[in-house]
Write a protein of this length. Structure first.
Length: 270
């Protein structure tokens, strides 16, 4: 690609470099002297799908994972919360999942860890995802001296990033909705709580879906209901649809005619 998704200022402030012809040499293994040095002193943002994978890996509830291993911050220009991985309280601010032999959640590690030393920049343009990959060049990383050569496509396939990127692109639709206007609409405390629940606390969101009137108010087919009841990846996709509708007014959910009639009646319309 010739056009960068990130502007020059963002690139200058980061350690990211555009790939040359989409190729790079890299390997990470215990034989590399810097092994696990990239697992300390991190500001690691967790995506909703990261949280879901870690929840299953650790066999804990959403609430337990959030309490034990995360903090939330507001870094978004519309005030949407960003979930951060809570580091150990040691001098190196080490990842809580790091042991001497390496990552203890490796098969379900967060997408940013999985992608490293590649970074992905993506945005929706004209209804499709435009993405670009960069290399993160950190002084401590000696993996670039290894001989194994990759293309960016080969690296993504090798690291199992297809589903991560699919889920992150769906999540991106919500966050990008908040930037579509130069002056974003205000996000109420109630909507912030809904956003946090739908993105990060799937146990609570599932209770909301199945214990409230939501399924009675919207046109949701039986197949979808079965999927979101039994598959939490599908539930998370449904949560993204709901948040686009409930927070930003996107037409991702369709109310039942009876619900619309009841609303008009409540508002005194005929």
């Amino acid at each position: 690609m010739t056009d960068n998704i990130l502007d020059k200022k963002d690139l200058d402030k980061s350690r990211m470099e555009p790939m040359v012809d989409g190729k790079f040499s890299f390997a990470c293994h215990p034989g590399v002297p810097c092994f696990t040095k990239c697992c300390s002193d991190l500001d690691l943002a967790l995506t909703p799908y990261d949280v879901l994978r870690l929840k299953y890996r650790l066999e804990v509830s959403s609430g337990e994972l959030l309490e034990l291993h995360t903090t939330d911050e507001v870094r978004h220009n519309c005030g949407l919360p960003v979930l951060m991985l809570k580091m150990k309280n040691d001098s190196k601010r080490t990842c809580p999942f790091l042991q001497s032999e390496g990552c203890t959640v490796y098969e379900d590690r967060p997408g940013a860890c999985r992608l490293y030393p590649v970074a992905r920049a993506a945005k929706y343009i004209g209804g499709t995802v435009k993405e670009q990959h960069f290399l993160i060049k950190e002084p401590h990383c000696l993996g670039f001296h290894e001989e194994k050569e990759w293309t960016d496509k080969e690296w993504l396939e090798n690291q199992g990033l297809e589903l991560y990127n699919e889920m992150n692109s769906l999540w991106m639709k919500i966050n990008q909705s908040s930037k579509e206007n130069q002056t974003p609409p205000p996000i109420t405390d109630e909507k912030l709580k809904m956003y946090f629940m739908g993105c990060y606390n799937l146990d609570a969101f599932k209770r909301f879906v199945f214990e409230s009137e939501l399924l009675n108010l919207f046109q949701i087919d039986k197949r979808t209901v079965s999927r979101i009841r039994n598959d939490e990846t599908e539930l998370l996709k449904f949560a993204f649809r709901w948040l686009q509708f409930s927070i930003f007014g996107k037409k991702t959910m369709k109310p039942k005619p009876t619900a619309l009639k009841a609303r008009k009646k409540a508002m005194g319309r005929r």
